[in-house]
Write a protein that binds this ligand. Structure first.
Ligand code: SF4
Length: 106
């Protein structure tokens, strides 16, 4: 486990988070957090509208047939997202401060 980073109290109601913690929470300026006080600790939870990760599933095809898969209930034909459609959310996500990674499964 990594060494905890230090947050800084700037006043009785203002807290500065370490940049890595803010990044992990997907925070942008003005973002609001939920603070849950529990005995001697406080848990900070991101607002439901802050975005930390974006998952894009560019294909509905799969070689497997798991019984619990959502695809078992679909009636739509299987297929792949075309490149222009993929590029729109990918370009929007590019501007986010959240970390990004691309997984390619072939
Ligand atoms: S859950 Fe669905 S998409 Fe995932 S491996 Fe199984 S069949 Fe494929």
């Amino acid at each position: 486990m990594a060494e905890p980073e230090k947050a800084e109290a700037l006043g009785p109601d203002t807290l500065r988070l370490p940049p890595e913690a803010a990044r992990k929470l997907g925070l942008s300026p003005g973002a609001r957090l939920e603070a849950a006080v529990c005995r001697s600790s406080v848990e900070l939870r991101p607002d439901i509208h802050s975005l930390a990760k974006v998952y894009i599933e560019p294909s509905s095809r799969c070689n497997l047939s798991c019984r619990t898969c959502i695809r078992q209930t679909w009636s739509e034909p299987l297929g792949d997202m075309d490149l222009p459609l993929f590029q729109r959310p990918a370009a929007a996500a590019y501007g986010l401060r959240a970390s990004s990674s691309v997984h390619n499964v072939e």
